[in-house]
Design a protein around this ligand. Structure first.
Ligand code: NDP
Ligand code: ZN
Length: 179
């Protein structure tokens, strides 16, 4: 029922908030990290018009395993196998060097499930909007431009998934002259 869906989503946002409680975003404003997963979920409901609750759970949880002590088992126990599977698809292997992780995101994008592609598109859209607002400390203009160019390559492997998000991303790439 609607009440159970709401209860589960609040449980999920609370779990993510506790896991990310000591983290901040890389922008100079040092925004609490939890603003990002909540914002990614909001892009999915508000702009992409997604109502699949598993996708919204995965959006809220998408950086918990990558960036906190959260395990996939914990996610499965609390939120089920479907959510665990999507979170696994959007989690980078942190034992790999970061250049290799970035390369694998480009390679794996086209093979992702529809649900994982939605989370990946919303994640890229949120991060590029963040970069448009302000540069993370220590990032040169060249590094920012390279991030836009890499994101474009990942997004190219995610196309045919959601018109609204892909249009917003294309406008951002156009503004930045990323072909
Ligand atoms: P990333 O390039 O991976 O940093 C970007 C990530 O940080 C985003 O994907 C996002 O991930 C998160 N993030 C947090 N706050 C913000 C924000 N305000 N705006 C946008 N993203 C934010 O950092 P790494 O430290 O992993 O960098 C490693 C890579 O960077 C290397 O592979 C190399 O290619 C490149 N590099 C380039 C340099 C250059 O001068 N050109 C110099 C050094 C490195 P999430 O969604 O998970 O939060
Ligand atoms: Zn993210």
């Amino acid at each position: 029922s609607a009440a159970i869906v709401i209860e589960d989503l609040i449980k999920c946002v609370n779990f993510a908030a506790e896991k990310h409680k000591n983290q901040r975003r890389k922008n100079p404003e040092k925004i609490p990290y939890i603003n990002h997963p909540i914002g990614v979920a909001f892009i999915l409901t508000n702009e992409a018009k997604i109502t699949d609750v598993s996708v919204l759970h995965a959006a809220l949880l998408h950086d918990t395993v990558e960036d906190t002590d959260t395990s996939f088992e914990e996610i499965e126990n609390l939120f089920g196998k479907t959510v665990r599977g999507i979170v696994e698809e959007v989690t980078d292997d942190k034992t790999l060097p970061s250049a290799e992780r970035k390369r694998l995101q480009i390679v794996h994008a086209p093979d992702s499930s529809f649900e994982a592609k939605l989370v990946k598109l919303a994640d890229k859209l949120y991060n590029l909007r963040d970069l448009e607002k302000s540069a993370p400390e220590g990032w040169s203009e060249q590094r920012i431009q390279e991030y836009f160019e890499w994101s474009r390559k990942v997004v190219d492997g995610l196309r045919g998934t959601n018109v609204a998000m892909e249009q917003s991303l294309d406008e951002i790439f156009k503004k930045r002259n990323v072909i």
